[in-house]
Design a protein around this ligand. Structure first.
Ligand SMILES: NC(=O)c1ccc[n+]([C@@H]2O[C@H](COP(=O)([O-])OP(=O)(O)OC[C@H]3O[C@@H](n4cnc5c(N)ncnc54)[C@H](O)[C@@H]3O)[C@@H](O)[C@H]2O)c1
Length: 391
């Protein structure tokens, strides 16, 4: 849609027929894109979706933005990236610019995508330009979007850099070019690892403070008064979504491939993974020990506020930990009607303790407070309420 707004005619190629049909019917599968915006673009003829890769023959620019998840060994799974490159290759035409926006380890463009396309491209596609420009979107963020977030671009050679720079300058207010695709790929992993380790640091710090009955939020506020060299991060149930818990493991894998260890990131990953267990224990400690099967209500199960996305949500581990300790668990989330085979309950569900896991808009926490329900607040949003326990 950012490219559409910049005047490009855009075609979205996806191998999921249902998604293509949904998009072409004018129903947006992306929370930050309104149906009306999509419908207007389709009506103007500036956007459509298709499962037909041969349409790529008409493209001057191809951006690859397929998922890059982890496999069952929690290692990079770039099968979709390979299959997208393989799908594109027979249809690239001479002078086409191929960009990867997918997050991956340094070297993915040079050593994976380019060899696939170069060995399967049509014989008359003599010159293809290549660049990495990692996606930086923050779903639900009303302030920072595709247009006003600076875009990193690393071309495989000068001509590729110039072409990719011109493309993103047509879409974004600011483009930062770097010397190679590897620098752009590595910068993306550094950005997300930075968040992961800082969240882990504050999650660990919270546990230390709590053991000494110090309010960690007051400590963070106090440290934040330093005008340089400090940036506040807040504790929570853990990290979720398809980026922050996933991308740093691309970094740890890449380190191992080079005979190194990313010990700091590995440690942060394990601290964050332990956080749901800690939160579960804190909540159960608030319940009368005479109650053998306490009823616990989780408020907010999406991975972050303002979205209905539950990918990698730490609420999943939180629920498992609570159940493992004999709790009867239900959940409430106005943006997630159905999750892992169960449905959101209403706030009438009688519970012994509620855990505010994320500050999801539309949760009427006041109603629970008025009923005298004990609440463990993992969001630092209820600090003005005396009866609420802060993480
Ligand atoms: N969404 C975000 O918030 C965000 C932010 C920063 C970076 N990223 C990165 O962007 C990339 C894409 O993430 P996403 O969340 O947009 O993915 P997504 O889950 O929304 O999926 C993108 C689409 O790719 C399609 N697809 C998969 N394999 C394909 C193939 N071989 N050919 C054609 N289509 C294919 C899927 O059907 C899906 O519709 C990832 O590398 C992610 O790490 C995403």
């Amino acid at each position: 849609m950012a490219a559409v707004d910049a005047g490009w005619a855009v075609i979205g190629v996806d191998n999921l027929e249902a998604k293509v049909a949904q998009i072409n019917s004018g129903s947006s599968p992306v929370e930050d894109i309104a149906d009306e915006q999509l419908q207007a673009a389709i009506a103007r003829g500036s956007y459509k979706a298709t499962t037909d890769f041969s349409i790529i023959a008409h493209a001057e620019v191809i951006t690859i933005c397929v998922p890059t998840p982890l496999d069952d060994k929690r290692e990079p799974d770039i099968a979709l990236l390979r299959s997208a490159a393989t799908g594109i290759a027979p249809f690239v035409s001479n002078e086409t610019l191929v960009i990867s926006e997918s997050t991956s380890y340094p070297g993915t463009m040079r050593n994976v995508i380019i060899p696939i396309i170069e060995s399967h491209k049509p014989k008359d596609s003599v010159t293809i330009y290549y660049a990495s420009a990692p996606e930086r979107i923050d779903p639900g963020n009303k302030l920072w979007n595709q247009k006003n977030t600076p875009r990193l671009v690393g071309g495989i050679n000068d001509a590729s850099r110039v072409k990719a720079l011109a493309f993103y300058e047509s879409i974004c207010d600011s483009v930062v070019t770097v010397s190679t695709p590897e620098v752009a790929e590595a910068a993306k992993l550094l950005e997300n690892s930075f968040r992961l380790v800082n969240i882990a640091l504050v999650n660990e710090f919270t546990q230390l403070c709590s053991a000494s009955e110090i309010n960690v939020h007051e400590v963070i506020d106090a440290a934040s008064s330093k005008p340089y060299g400090f940036m506040p991060f807040r504790p929570g149930v853990g990290v979720g979504g398809h980026c922050i818990p996933v991308d740093p493991l691309y970094l740890t894998w890449w380190a191992r491939q080079n005979g190194r260890t990313a010990a700091f990131v590995e440690s942060a990953d394990s601290i964050n993974h332990e956080m749901p267990k800690y939160v579960a224990q804190r909540a159960l400690d608030m319940v009368d020990p005479k109650i053998s099967n306490p009823k616990v209500l989780i408020l907010g199960v999406a991975y972050k506020p303002g979205v209905g996305d539950v990918r990698e949500t730490p609420a999943s581990k939180l629920r498992d930990q609570l159940k493992a300790q004999g709790a009867d668990v239900a959940w409430h989330d106005p943006l997630v009607p159905e999750w892992e085979g169960s449905n959101s309950v209403d706030l009438e569900w009688e519970c012994n303790v509620a855990i505010l896991a994320i500050k999801q808009p539309g949760i009427d926490v006041e109603k629970l407070i008025a009923k005298g329900i004990q609440i463990l607040d993992c969001t630092n949003s209820l600090k003005s309420h005396g009866g609420v326990t802060s993480l």
